[in-house]
Design a protein. Structure first.
Length: 183
């Protein structure tokens, strides 16, 4: 049995701290920011330096590896991964429980009630979910309507034959970073 801490109103972090240990919140924030920084800065550099196709190649070859590198630098019992309902890489397929959380996030986003994070307490761990919302137009170059960019479309079809991570619009939920913290 687990408790799911889902607050549909924007609540102060002090209230969260009463329900979820502050160290869980701090760890979730730190680890999710670390992953976003690692992936985001390197992807941005690749895009600006070598262009869109090179950035797609970089993601294909390095996104999972960078996620694993962030994992290697965590305390024992802490792990991170990316999940999405519309995944590109099969490594990001969510479990049944994670699908439920992502769907709830979509509902909250549509209602303008999506908090900065959600925490689920299971028997063995806390699961900290950091929503990933598309807030920059540049994200849509690879995750929006890519049908008009034949070179990119060809690359995606070759390297991600079951790609679902397209046709997003601004402010859509792209997925989440999941930080698991063992009890």
């Amino acid at each position: 049995m687990y408790k799911f801490y889902l607050f549909t109103l924007l609540l102060s972090s002090a209230f969260y701290a009463n329900e979820v240990p502050q160290n869980v919140i701090d760890t979730g924030n730190k680890v999710s920011k670390s992953l976003v920084k690692q992936l985001g800065s390197k992807l941005k550099h690749e895009l600006q330096t070598n262009g869109l196709i090179s950035a797609a190649v970089f993601c294909n070859e390095n996104a999972y590896i960078l996620t694993e590198e962030v994992n290697l630098h965590q305390l024992k019992g802490v792990s991170v991964k990316r999940i999405s309902l519309k995944y590109r890489n099969p490594a990001n397929i969510p479990s049944e429980d994670e699908i439920k959380v992502l769907k709830e996030m979509q509902t909250l986003l549509k209602e303008n009630k999506l908090p900065n994070f959600l925490v689920k307490n299971t028997d063995s761990s806390y699961k900290y979910y950091k929503p990933l919302v598309i807030k920059k137009e540049v994200c849509l170059k690879c995750h929006g309507d890519i049908s008009k960019n034949k070179e990119l479309l060809s690359f995606m079809q070759e390297h991600y034959p079951q790609d679902k991570a397209v046709d997003y619009k601004m402010h859509d939920l792209r997925g989440a970073i999941l930080v698991e913290i063992k009890h």
